[in-house]
Design a protein. Structure first.
Length: 615
């Protein structure tokens, strides 16, 4: 093992000792109440309600309480492309369960909103908080205590982290995540981005922009760029919580159905073993997730989500851990926005199996982890490619990839070995200074743009920046400081409406950058952006003391985020706290979440759990 990987893992284990022990004790107490099946602990009246809607063998088996019952928690809705495929998954799961002498029931549904729909809209201010609502909805779904194992159907940005957090509250049960897969490739992401930029400049009509967008987002499945949704899927696989090879298979392929059926069989086998979700998600598992995220140039949203996800298992991580791991993890993938390829090209080039195989070979992943496969292979079982069985055509088998001996991917411009990676460091940097702590996604930013020293222009909304751009007021070097965008201010929306204008200015030769206590996420592009600035303005963060004209230094290479103002003067200034409209589109219902939200580096969590008070 790489010594830095070992050191960071041990540091995480040490600082999590008390909280992790408390979490595991909590799970042990939950498990002690277990009978042969959870249903045996229910009263006759309770059990009658569980079985009331079932028919045939399901009703008999549910009442007899002798066979396992799978609880399905689903994010299905038929408006969003990523979640529409889940309409047919429950029937497939139930059929497979019956064939294996068990039952399955949809335990409940969780909300699934799309940041692509809400970008720049008021609804986006509820997006981050939806993660915690999903966690709570997962807990409600499983609170009937009628389930012996759990299948979690979710894909996109806040959905998987929310399901993950909620499921860990039931970590005494085995659980497997079941993805739906990406949509087929459409208009290239780079071409879509170019049309967006032309539209921002007034050089493309709304009709042209809409045609480009609909050519890019055209069918069922996740968006094909490497944002938070696809980062979720890669991480779940590297954490050993998928059936191997499940992450990026298309929703309608026969292999997708075989993988879903296999997940059903696997979780049933775990239901009669001692392997719990709590045993899979440990310090090594969390470090593996960070390493894979860095090696693939994944979403910056996970510098928030992974903190909250780990905490739900009693594990404490922070941005220092991300930064230290990034110093030794090579950037092995170029997937849009840090390259031209989409996720389907990455998958065809070798995908997660190749990435895992290479990182294991380089000593950058813990191989000796528990996974939902059980057995002694650990993560090595995930370094193989999934395929349909030649015997049945309906089952999945795994094989060593034909490209393994040469250690070369199927597309060298997209996926490379660790030894000849695109960069010797990962795709994220921690920047610090007298403006606080922030994250920069460097994988999509060219080296010549990673250091910007320029006067600040302070904006209180992203709309204000767009107005200034359209008025021709931003044709110069500057650092856009967009304040009042943190969790406690307005729910920390993503600020992607800023990408086209800032990208256009950079293309014109101006030195521009963004500094904000808001988010940009996995679609962060070519403009250097210090995001998630903590503490945020509503916590009296120094970013609120910046004034237009102050000289800002954002140096992602050196890890610096500072304003050229003396400490004495900075302290004399008042913190600007923009007035925010928190009514409409349901935002008024989230006042409690805004008031309770922790910092971005603390995972922006809006609820407290007793055993987490030690973190």
């Amino acid at each position: 093992m790489n010594s830095v990987i070992t050191r960071v893992t041990e540091r995480i284990r040490a600082k999590s000792k008390v909280s992790r022990a408390a979490y595991l004790a909590h799970m042990d107490r939950a498990a002690t109440h277990r009978n042969a099946t959870r249903r045996q602990g229910l009263s006759c009246s309770n059990l009658a309600h569980v079985a009331a809607s079932a028919s045939g063998s399901d009703k008999i088996w549910l009442a007899q309480t002798k066979v396992p019952n799978i609880g399905i928690v689903t994010s299905y809705n038929d408006m969003l492309s990523a979640h529409q495929p889940y309409a047919r998954f429950p029937d497939l799961i139930k059929k497979t369960a019956r064939e294996n002498g068990a039952t399955a029931q949809v335990a409940g549904g969780v909300p699934a909103m799309c940041d692509g729909v809400t970008q720049g809209q008021p609804g986006m201010e509820m997006s981050l908080f939806s993660r915690d609502i999903i966690a709570q909805a997962t807990a409600i779904s499983l609170s009937h205590d009628a389930f012996d194992a759990v299948l979690l159907l979710g894909v996109c940005d806040k959905i998987v982290p929310g399901l993950f957090i909620g499921a860990l509250a039931f970590g005494h049960l085995p659980a497997i995540f079941v993805p739906a897969g990406p949509m087929a490739s459409g208009l290239a992401n780079s071409e879509k981005a170019a049309v967006r930029q032309r539209h921002a400049q007034g050089l493309a009509t709304r009709e042209e922009l809409l045609a480009a967008e609909m050519s890019a987002y055209h069918g069922i499945g996740t968006c094909t760029f490497y944002g938070t949704a696809n980062s979720n899927q890669l991480m779940m696989e590297v954490m050993g919580l998928h059936v191997p090879g499940a992450a990026f298979e298309h929703p309608d392929s026969p292999l997708r159905d075989a993988l879903t059926a296999e997940a059903t069989r696997r979780v049933l086998s775990l239901a009669t073993s001692a392997m719990r979700l709590a045993d899979v998600v440990d310090e090594r598992c969390v470090v593996n997730a960070i390493v894979a995220l860095l090696a693939s140039g994944g979403s910056t949203n996970h510098t928030i989500h992974l903190v909250a996800m780990a905490a739900a298992a009693g594990i404490s991580i922070d941005w220092d851990d991300f930064a230290e791991l990034s110093s030794v993890v090579p950037l092995m993938a170029r997937i849009y926005p840090n390259g031209e390829a989409d996720i389907n090209v990455f998958h065809a080039a070798g995908g997660t199996a190749y990435l895992i195989r290479e990182l294991l070979h380089a000593g950058l992943l813990h191989a000796d982890v528990n996974t939902v496969l059980g057995g002694r292979e650990g993560l090595n079982a995930y370094a193989r490619d999934a395929q349909l069985s030649q015997l049945s055509g309906a089952n999945v088998t795994w094989k060593d990839s034909v490209i393994a001996p040469e250690r070369v991917s199927g597309h060298h411009d997209v996926l490379r070995p660790a030894a000849t990676a695109f960069s010797h460091e990962g795709g994220m940097r921690l920047v610090t200074g007298n403006l606080g702590r922030a994250i920069v996604k460097t994988s999509a930013v060219k080296p010549q743009h990673r250091r910007v020293v320029a006067p600040a222009i302070v904006f209180e909304t992203q709309e204000a920046l767009q107005i200034a751009f359209k008025a021709g007021e931003l044709n110069r070097d500057f650092v856009a400081v967009v304040i009042g965008q943190g969790p406690r201010a307005n729910g920390m929306p993503e600020l992607h409406k800023l990408v086209p204008p800032l990208g256009s200015l950079q293309d014109q030769g101006f030195h521009v950058a963004l500094v904000t206590d808001g988010r940009m996420s996995g679609a962060s592009g070519k403009v250097p952006a210090a995001i998630h600035v903590s503490p945020e303005v509503m916590r009296d963060g120094p970013i609120g003391r910046v004034r237009t004209g102050d000289i800002i230094t954002l140096d992602a290479e050196a890890g610096i985020l500072s304003v050229d103002v003396s400490e004495a003067e900075l302290n004399l200034r008042s913190v600007t706290k923009p007035a925010t409209d928190q009514h409409g589109m349901g935002r008024e219902l989230f006042a409690g979440q805004r008031d309770r939200a922790l910092t971005a580096e603390q995972g922006a969590a809006t609820f407290s759990i007793k055993y987490l008070e030690t973190i």
